[in-house]
Design a binder for this molecule. Structure first.
Ligand code: PLP
Length: 398
């Protein structure tokens, strides 16, 4: 098989072999239903879920009773935001968010808007950061919740969660955090950050697709949400449906592994990202890096190669798995909403590629991929009349 390079870890991650090993028995002999209270199969499954709940709680920084297993972040986001909205009194019908959030948040809030809620979308600067003072000023007596993410999946910028949490506490507003790119990626703690609801997905953290968790705060203050699914009353009534035991076991193991190695992995990813950046900068002119330079997701590098179409570059690099924006958006040819929100014109947005470095990325891969990208961009630019023209212009200026 020809060698290929996976640089798309913000879209999804491979299942860690240790995670697979942990979940396999629950796909084979230990197949019990965690709700079966009358035999060994049920007890085994329930014990495994309990253990996984504790592992996930540690990754959130919460009590195990505050963990609700879901099918993934999109479900957690819908459950959290619609669940809050359903119990909101008439006076509290206002949400605040930012235009760089994931579509799972933006579309859910747009849906609520169509049902009579009001949504304020804060501005972001050219790095994708919000202004906490603008956030504070946007809160009114009608504000129910603020929905802001831990880290952006396209450009990597993190939000100052503790500062946002303090503003929310001060004003008695619920803080919902889409922590899909936060849990297990850097030091994240719902209590310390003052978060009331937070969602993430296993497949961003080396567990399989189709499992995730929602944190629902039980005290100081208790947060209540209305369920989306009704049925057997599983997950404290918040999410009925037979638990996906093997996937939940995998999610727990994935959280444990991520926490065990958090500081070292984050340092390694940062070093590899900076090395990739250095290779691109030394080999090419006209490259622009997006997102905050330091307060960011370690394994993400979003970069525009001016005068080169991202799609053309991706086809030239056909053995490197990359994304031209959010994976969730890649079916559409529209420039990414995140890149538009940070002020990129459509040409720059279309010249942008996202490199997602992850657990299995080696230093050798960084060198190979970096050199391949430099070579491809140079080749494509040689064929670009716009680049030639720009170069001639810069030459004329000197
Ligand atoms: N939020 C963020 C920041 C994401 O990156 C993603 C996935 O790309 C989601 C939400 C949705 O997660 P899922 O597709 O696993 O439900």
């Amino acid at each position: 098989m020809p060698r290929s390079f996976y640089f798309d870890h913000q879209a999804t991650t491979p299942v860690d072999p240790r995670v697979l090993e942990a979940m396999l028995p629950y796909l084979k002999d230990r197949f019990g239903n965690a709700a079966s209270k009358s035999h060994r199969f049920g007890f085994e499954a329930a014990a495994a879920v309990k253990h996984a709940r504790e592992q996930v709680a540690r990754a959130f920084g919460c009590d195990p009773l505050e963990v609700v297993f879901t099918s993934g972040s999109t479900e957690g986001i819908n459950l959290g935001l619609k669940g809050l909205a359903a119990l909101a009194g008439d006076g509290r019908k206002h949400f605040i968010t930012a235009p760089t959030e994931h579509p799972a948040v933006l579309d859910t809030l747009a849906f609520l808007e169509s049902k009579g809620f009001e949504v304020t979308r804060l501005g972001v600067d050219s790095e994708g950061s919000i202004d906490p003072e603008e956030l504070r000023a946007s809160i009114t007596d009608r504000t129910l919740a603020i929905a802001l993410m831990a880290a952006n999946n396209e450009i990597g910028t993190r939000h100052p969660l503790a500062e946002i949490g303090a503003i929310c506490a001060d004003r008695g507003v619920t803080f919902f955090c889409d922590a899909t790119q936060g849990v297990g990626k850097f030091d994240f703690d719902v209590r310390r950050e003052g978060i009331h609801l937070a969602s993430f997905s296993g497949h961003k953290l080396y567990a399989p697709k189709g499992v995730g968790a929602l944190y629902v705060r039980r005290s100081n203050p208790r947060v209540d949400i209305e369920p989306l699914f009704h049925g057997g009353g599983h997950e404290h009534g918040y999410r009925s449906g037979t638990l996906a035991v093997p996937s939940i076991v995998a999610l727990g193991k994935a959280c444990e592994l991520a926490l065990d190695d958090l500081a070292a992995e984050s340092a390694r990813l940062t070093r590899q990202r900076e090395r990739l950046k250095a290779i691109l900068v030394s080999g090419l002119d006209e490259v622009t890096f997006h997102g905050h330079p330091e307060f960011r997701l370690p394994g993400n590098l979003s970069v525009a190669f001016r005068y080169v179409e991202g799609e053309a570059l991706m086809s030239d690099l056909d053995d490197v798995a990359l994304s031209s924006g959010s994976a969730c958006n890649s079916a559409s040819a529209e420039p990414s909403h995140v890149l538009a929100a940070i002020g990129l014109d459509p040409a720059m947005a279309h010249s942008t590629l996202r490199f997602g470095i992850g657990r299995s990325t080696t230093d050798e891969e960084i060198e190979i991929v970096g050199a391949r990208v430099v070579e491809s961009v140079q080749r494509l630019r040689e064929m670009s009349p716009l680049y030639e023209l720009a170069k001639r212009r810069t030459g004329d200026d000197h």
